[in-house]
Design a protein around this ligand. Structure first.
Ligand code: NCD
Length: 312
């Protein structure tokens, strides 16, 4: 079901819940918080509320920015990075774990290795659930911060040409990003991946129906001077056989020589972590967004989302 501005009490399991207006609502509030932070405002919007973060998979940015977001808004946190020392280690099921933490928190942010886990959690929970990554499924809050960053840096989303490069099969960020882009018009996506890791056909079918044009390409070189956004991703080592990983891990690499062939105003993005697909010399390139705007914007986007879901 679409949110249609009814954020209060909503679980966020997929980016497909957002209309274009819903995206804009999040972006507007994120910008408000971003400006507030620049003037070191102190916010108390979520004073008295508690967020549990249950992360069954590793995380740096997503976990830290959710924790930071909650605290910047005056709320409290139960931050669990790895469930090893919880009852999960004793065999407790996901649904039981959710039933536990909803007693102690007003909202639960969950990252889990299984696709569909956030949806299951939301079916059982009495409090809103936010999907912070469900296996090879989706990562909706990453898509929010990605689209926000594109809009902020390029001034528009419509008529965008974007290349998604890397493990498009197992990488969840590109699934959510591709679907989020389908809210806008005139979008073209170049898909560049190893043959063993193509964008899932159901994602391609869905966004094609909504008017997005997709084209497969074999190399970054073919599209480098054509795109507005080059979205690099890592090969998801933990989600494939080791022999396949060894074969494909170095197929696509961006170095600064290649990056400099991009249009002057084009941008380079990456959800991070990178494991060699963007060489360090690219970091100084003015087009590189990943270590600056993209990461920082994740904080403001998550502040906005928490505020919208937790207050009327
Ligand atoms: C991504 C994830 O967890 O899906 N990381 C992130 O949240 N920025 C990307 C990845 O792990 O490759």
């Amino acid at each position: 079901m679409k949110i249609r501005q009814r954020f209060f009490g909503q679980s966020i399991v997929s980016i497909e819940q957002f209309t274009k207006d819903d995206l804009e609502t999040v972006f507007e509030l994120a910008t408000f918080y971003k400006q507030g932070q620049r003037f070191s405002s102190r916010f108390t919007d979520l004073a008295g509320k508690i967020m549990a973060a249950l992360f069954y998979e590793p995380s740096s940015r997503t976990l830290a920015s959710f924790i930071s977001a909650m605290q910047y808004l005056g709320g409290g946190i139960i931050p669990l990075n790895g469930m090893t020392y919880t009852s999960v280690a004793k065999g407790e099921t996901l649904t039981d774990t959710i039933r536990v933490f909803q007693n102690y928190a007003d909202i639960i942010v969950i990252r889990h290795p299984e696709k569909g886990a956030a949806k299951i959690a939301s079916d059982y929970a009495k409090v809103p659930i936010i999907n912070a990554g469900d296996g090879t499924g989706e990562h909706p809050t990453q898509a929010l911060l990605d689209i926000y960053t594109i809009k902020e840096r390029l001034g528009r989303i419509d008529n965008l040409k974007i290349a998604m490069v890397g493990d498009l099969k197992y990488g969840r960020t590109v699934h959510s990003l591709a679907k989020a882009l389908s809210c806008y018009s005139g979008i073209s996506i170049y898909l560049i991946s190893p043959n063993t890791s193509p964008m899932p056909p159901e994602v391609v079918a869905k966004i094609t129906r909504l008017g997005v044009k997709t084209k497969q390409r074999q190399s970054i070189e073919e599209i480098i001077d054509d795109v507005d956004v080059l979205y690099m991703t890592r090969v998801q080592k933990e989600r494939m056989r080791p022999d396949i990983y060894e074969k494909i891990k170095n197929l696509f690499k961006l170095d600064n020589k290649l990056a400099n062939k991009m249009k002057k105003e084009a941008i380079i993005m990456h959800p991070l972590p990178r494991v060699g697909e963007i060489t360090w010399d690219v970091d100084q390139n003015p087009r590189a967004m990943y270590l600056r705007y993209q990461m920082k914007n994740g904080l403001f986007i998550r502040m906005a989302l928490l505020k919208l879901i937790l207050t009327k």
